[in-house]
Design a protein around this ligand. Sequence first.
Ligand SMILES: Cc1cc2nc3c(=O)[nH]c(=O)nc-3n(C[C@H](O)[C@H](O)[C@H](O)COP(=O)(O)OP(=O)(O)OC[C@H]3O[C@@H](n4cnc5c(N)ncnc54)[C@H](O)[C@@H]3O)c2cc1C
Length: 385
Amino acid sequence: MDFELPRDVKMLQNLVRKFVEQELIPIETQVNLQEEIADEILKPLQEKAKRLGLWLLDVPKEYGGLGLSLLARCVVREEVAKTKALPFRHNELFGPIVGPILYEGNAEQRERFLLPVLRGELRVCFAQSEPDAGADPASMRTRAVRDGDHYILNGTKRWITGADKADYAQVICLTDPEKRARGGISCLMVDMKAPGVHLVRNWPTMMGDAPWEIAFDHVRVPVANRIGAEGAGFALGQKWLTQGRVVGHGAWSLGVAQRALDLMIDYARQRVTFGQPLSERQAVQFMIADSAMEIESLRLMVYRTAWMHDQGMDIRDASYMTKIMGVEYAARVVDRAIQVHGGVGLSKDLPLEYWYRQLRSLRITEGATEVLRWRLARNLIRARG
Ligand SMILES: Cc1cc2nc3c(=O)[nH]c(=O)nc-3n(C[C@H](O)[C@H](O)[C@H](O)COP(=O)(O)OP(=O)(O)OC[C@H]3O[C@@H](n4cnc5c(N)ncnc54)[C@H](O)[C@@H]3O)c2cc1C
C-alpha cells in the first residue's frame, strides 16, 4: 500500500500551494465575498494562473485542458480552499466551470455548448431543484411535452446558482411522469432568453450566494437541445453531484479544516491569558488533537475516493461518506478554531466566520447529510442480501 501522492500530483500541489500563499492569502481581507468575485480581482489572477499552466485543469486534453485525474483535482481544490479569497460557488480561477453534463452532448452540441463555455463565451447553470423537490429531485414537476421537433417546457426551478448570468440552463425535467427517475427524466439545454423563461426572484442566503427561482411558461425547446437520450437526464444530474461531493465538498472541506487548524495552533502559541499561552492549556490542546485526528481521517477518505474513481471503481457510497465527513469534520474544526481565537475568531479579519457559514450551508445543499446517510445505509443493508 502506497500512501504517497504520485510525483506529478505532488509537483502540482506545490505549485498551487505557492500560488495560494503568494497571490490569494495576501488579498483575502480585501475581498468582500458576495455572490461573485469582482472581475478586476479575478482577471489578473486568471492571467497569472494561465502563465503557470494552471488552466482548464479538469477539462480533457482533447478539448485543450490538462485532463487531471480526480485525485489531482482534489489536491488542487484542497490547496485553493485554504483561502477565502475565492467564493465557494464561483471558483473560476483556473478557467470556466463546465461540469460533466456538456461532455455528454453529441458532436454538434459540443460545438454549440461545450466549446463556447470553455472559451468563456457562454455561461450555463444547472437547474434541478424545485420548490417542492430538493432533497428528493425525482418528485420534480417541471415537465417537457414533445411537440414535433420541440418540447414544450412548463414548471419552476428554485435555488439555481448563477441563473441571472447564464445563457443556457441545463434543465433536468420530466419527460415521462410514470417512469420518473427510472427513465422518465431528461436534460434540456434551455436558452435563458427564450420567450416564456422568467427569473422570478433571487434568494439571498447566509453563504453570500443568492440563487434564483426560474419559471418556464410554455417554453419551446428544440429536441436538438436534449443532452443524452430521452430519459437519461436523472443519471446526468447525479453524475454532476457525485464528483461535486468529492471535490467540492470533501476536498474543499479538507483544505479549510487544515488552514483552520494551522491558524488555531499559531494563535494558541502566541496568545497569553492568565500568564500562560493558550497552547499550554489542556482544553485547547484537546481541541488541537481532535481537529488533527479528524483532518487525517478526512484526508485519507478524500484521496482514496478520488483514487477509486480514477481506477474506474464505483464511488457512489464513498462519495456520500466523503461529503458527510468533509462538511461535518471541517465544521467542527472551524468551530474550535473560532473558540480558540475568541473575539478575533468572530471577526471578518479572519476567514473562519465565512467558512463557518459555508460549512453550515453545505450540510443541506447538493445532498442533505441525512439523505446521504439514509442512502448509504440502504445500500449497505441491501448489499447484505
Ligand atoms: C445556496 C444554494 C445554492 C444552490 N444551487 C443549486 C443549483 O445551482 N442547482 C440546483 O438544482 N439546486 C441548487 N440548490 C438546491 C439544493 O441542492 C437544495 O436546497 C437541497 O437539495 C435541499 O433541498 P430543499 O431545500 O428543498 O430541502 P428539502 O428537500 O425540503 O429537505 C429539507 C430537509 O429535510 C431533511 N430530509 C429530507 N429528506 C430526508 C430523508 N429522506 N431522511 C431524513 N431527512 C430528510 C433534510 O434535513 C433536509 O435538509 C442550491 C441551494 C442553495 C441553498
